[in-house]
Design a protein around this ligand. Structure first.
Ligand code: C5P
Length: 259
């Protein structure tokens, strides 16, 4: 299918504590966004790469434009395109106030021929090519929605804020324990038949502000439609760079097995 990859890079990156959008933060001599874009291009399955950046961010726009140059010239992990093979079109859009709004802005800018779309967090900058391929193969095999997942190593509990006398003892009270063998941690790229994702995002526009704040991925919106979401194997290298510790791990991955 004609495939677009949406890279969402419009987050503020406050939890990383660099005082700049996360996509700009340096990782192994390049930015997080540049690593993410090279990973998408190296997977070689997109006719279009559509990047959502913070509105008006000239630095990130320039990074995307430099990446576009790399695509035609060839660079490092990216071989120059073979004769007659068109490199993917790079489109830059202004992101929105939420991740879902950034995805919607990108969906509005896809080429008319697009049939399938992968939505990828820029923060998952070191995602292996194999993960892109597993997602895209599941789509080609007929899935309308597919996500990469990994097993959960921690025991996961639900909690609520403690009220009354208990508040003096601890801030939260446990309300339940999920069965770990049925839990998966969810990564990106998440792949969709385009019409299904468009329908899911249209339906999401009817959610109230509280519900909308709880939308943390695209598959969740597709689940709300009642469409089956398939899960393929993700990778631990696909970690979402969120905290300073994650950045240390990512630097280590670049110096080690991936470098
Ligand atoms: O906030 P969270 O860690 O879930 O963000 C996941 C991804 O969504 C990041 O790559 C971030 O740049 C992107 N994002 C966005 N627009 C927003 C918020 C987050 O593109 N308004």
């Amino acid at each position: 299918p004609v495939t677009a990859v949406i890279v969402v890079a419009a987050g503020s990156g406050q939890r990383l504590g660099y005082g700049m959008p996360k996509a700009k933060v340096p990782l192994g001599g390049d930015s997080i966004l540049t690593h993410a874009l090279r990973g998408v291009a190296a997977a070689g399955l997109a006719q279009q790469i559509c990047v959502a950046i913070p509105p008006g961010d000239a630095d990130l726009r320039a990074l995307c434009q430099a990446f576009e140059q790399e695509l035609t010239a060839g660079h490092g992990r990216l071989p120059a395109p073979a004769d007659g093979v068109q490199p993917p079109v790079v489109t830059i859009v202004d992101g929105g106030a939420s991740r879902a709004a950034s995805v919607r802005a990108a969906l509005a800018a896809l080429l008319p021929a697009t049939e399938a779309v992968l939505v990828h967090d820029a923060a998952r900058a070191l995602t292996p090519e194999a993960v892109f391929h597993r997602v895209s193969h599941a789509l080609a095999a007929g899935a309308l929605a597919v996500i990469p997942v990994i097993p959960v190593v921690d025991t996961v509990k639900t909690v609520e804020p403690t009220t009354g006398d208990g508040a003096a003892i601890a801030p939260e009270l446990v309300t339940g324990t999920a069965a770990r063998e049925t839990l998966r941690a969810v990564q990106t790229p998440q792949g969709f038949e385009l019409a299904t994702l468009l329908r899911a995002h249209e339906a999401a526009e009817g959610l109230d502000a509280g519900q909308a704040a709880g939308v943390t991925d695209d598959a969740m919106l597709v689940e709300l439609l009642g469409v089956p979401v398939h899960a393929v194997r993700g990778a631990s290298q696909s970690l979402k760079i969120t905290t300073p510790l994650d950045l240390i791990i990512a630097e280590g991955l670049l110096e080690g097995p991936l470098g």
